[in-house]
Design a protein around this ligand. Structure first.
Ligand code: TMP
Length: 208
C-alpha cells in the first residue's frame, strides 16, 4: 500500500473519532492501517509531548517548535518510515502542517525557517493526502472545554486559534493533496466525506 494519510484541524475538530471510524471501514475491506499521532507516536516522542502540552510550563515559540521537531524526527524514524517501507498504510493524527499552522501562523515564526527545518526532520517525507477537518475555533474550543482540563495549546487565546485555522485553510488552498471537510456536519456526514477522499487517494494502488 505504502501510502501516508494525515488528519489536521483546529482544536475540537473531531480527528480522533474520524480516524477510528476510518480505521473500522478500512479493516472491513481487509486493510489494517498503522494509526499514529503527533506530537508522540513513540515512547521518547510521548515524553516530549508531555512537556509540550504541560499547562504549567512556559515555553517560548522557538523552543515549542523545536520540541515538535524533536518529536517528529523520532516519529518519522521509528514509526512512519519503517511502516511505509513495509508497504503499510499509515494514518497520522497531525504532521508538519500543524507546525506551519500553529508555530508559523499562530505563534509567528518565519515560515521559511519552519519549512527548512521540517525538510530535514521529515527527510522529505510528505503525506499523499491531508484531510483538514475544518471548524470555527470558537465551536471547537467549546467542544474541548467539555472534555475537561485544557492543555497548554488549548489555553491560548481565540485570536491565536483563528490564525491557526487560517494557516490550515491557506495550506489547503495551496496544495492539491489536501481536502477540506466541514467538521460542523454530523459524525456520519464527515465520515462519509472522509471515506470518499480516502478511497480516491487509495484507488491508484488498491481496489478498495
Ligand atoms: P492534538 O490535540 O491533536 O493531540 O495535538 C496536540 C496539540 O499540539 C494541538 O494543540 C496542536 C499542537 N501542535 C502544534 O502546535 N504543532 C505541531 O507541529 C503539532 C503536531 C501539534
Amino acid at each position: 500500500m505504502n501510502k501516508f494519510l494525515v488528519f489536521e484541524g483546529p482544536e475540537g475538530a473531531g480527528k480522533t473519532t474520524q480516524i477510528q471510524l476510518l480505521k473500522a471501514r478500512l479493516i472491513q475491506r481487509g486493510i489494517t492501517p498503522i494509526i499514529t499521532k503527533e506530537p508522540g507516536g513513540t515512547p521518547a516522542a510521548d515524553a516530549i509531548r508531555a512537556v509540550i502540552l504541560d499547562p504549567k510550563l512556559e515555553i517560548n515559540p522557538l523552543t515549542e517548535f523545536l520540541l515538535y521537531c524533536a518529536s517528529r524526527a523520532q516519529h518519522v524514524n521509528e514509526v512512519i518510515k519503517p511502516a511505509l517501507e513495509k508497504n503499510k498504510l499509515v494514518i497520522s493524527d497531525r504532521f508538519y502542517a500543524a507546525s506551519i499552522a500553529y508555530q508559523g501562523y499562530g505563534r509567528g515564526l518565519e515560515l521559511s525557517f519552519i519549512n527548512d527545518l521540517t525538510a530535514r526532520v521529515t527527510q522529505g517525507l510528505s503525506p499523499n493526502l491531508t484531510i483538514l477537518l475544518d471548524i470555527d475555533p470558537e465551536k471547537g474550543l467549546k467542544r474541548v472545554a467539555n472534555r475537561g482540563q485544557k492543555d497548554r495549546l488549548e489555553l491560548a487565546d481565540l485570536s491565536f486559534h483563528r490564525r491557526v485555522r487560517q494557516g490550515f485553510l491557506t495550506q489547503a488552498g495551496n496544495n492539491p493533496n489536501w481536502v477540506v471537510i466541514d467538521a460542523a456536519q454530523t459524525e456520519t456526514e464527515i465520515a462519509n466525506a472522509v471515506w470518499q477522499s480516502v478511497k480516491k487517494a487509495l484507488m491508484e494502488v488498491n481496489d478498495v
